[in-house]
Design a binder for this molecule. Sequence first.
Ligand code: SPD
Length: 358
Amino acid sequence: MKRILATSAILVVLVSLLAACGGGGGGGEQELADELHLYNWSEYIAPEVVEGFEEEFGVDVIEDTFANNEELLAKLQAGAGGYDVIVPSDYMVEIMIEEGLLAELNRDNLPNITNVGDLFADPPYDPGMVHCVPYLWGTTGIGYNTDVFEEPPDSWAYLFDPELASEYAGQMTMLNDAREAFGAALKYLGYSLNSTNEAELMEARDLLIAQKAWIYAYDSEQYEDLLASDETVISHGWSGDFFMAAEEDERIWYAIPQEGGTIWADNLCIPTSAPSQYTAEAFINYLMRPEIAAANSNFAWYGTPIPAAYDFIDEEVLNEPAIYPPDDVMARLEWLEDLGDATPLYERLWTEVRAAGP
Ligand code: SPD
């Protein structure tokens, strides 16, 4: 009897210790933490959604933002252990799974996962949604000032062809994002944005270096504001960011280039180092409620993977063909994929682009 009591006491101490450490493994942990740390893209969650979670669950949400997937990866690789929920894109999810950076989701805590539509429920970068659930999706293309462009600049030539692009010298931004910048250059050249062909990549690098003569900035977080403040007139960027800016400034609009561009999905994932996997799952489950998914889609002007949310999405978002593109446009879009062994080559070429004059 004594031995049973002693064993139980040890178990109780172990369980309390695990709870005090915040667990991280999900399992038996059933208490919400006081805080949830979210590492997200900028302007990518509706303020009322955050407030709603804080009020209903009694958890303070603390948000940091990153500019691109590589910045997020570098932070986790450097051992940053404070984040409960992160929001990597498709190809980065694959890389993070391979590197053992993502926890497996505990579906018992995610009953709303059944709300994810068939199109997104079995993504190639995370088959069966074992590690992540899709959050929002969109495209990469060209934002512009409609006062300057009578016709939509719906070709990458507006950013790369010397005759066209030089007209907007000093008034053009490119995303501060290696995969997206190379993707745009590769598409303009007629190649896949997942090319690993060294000659094609060198050509894209040279094009990006030549383009620097017209670039105002590489920026992923304020480029839409630069359009609104008339510092720029044309900008490489993510669809919803331009539509969101257009709410304040109706001169701004967005075009998907005829040559095609990127289609992407950002995902809600939990790092293996998360302070509280249980709190992270409560938050992710909340974000998959149809009304909440709709509030985020209405705020950020990106597509939601939750079809039941459509009933709550504003008509102008739902009916915008650049947000929910028709089939012929979808057919021209390409997903970014993990480049495997070619990743260091991209990194080197991107460093060369950023270091080059002017
Ligand atoms: N302002 C939030 C934008 C989020 C864009 N994520 C897209 C990543 C595509 N590679």
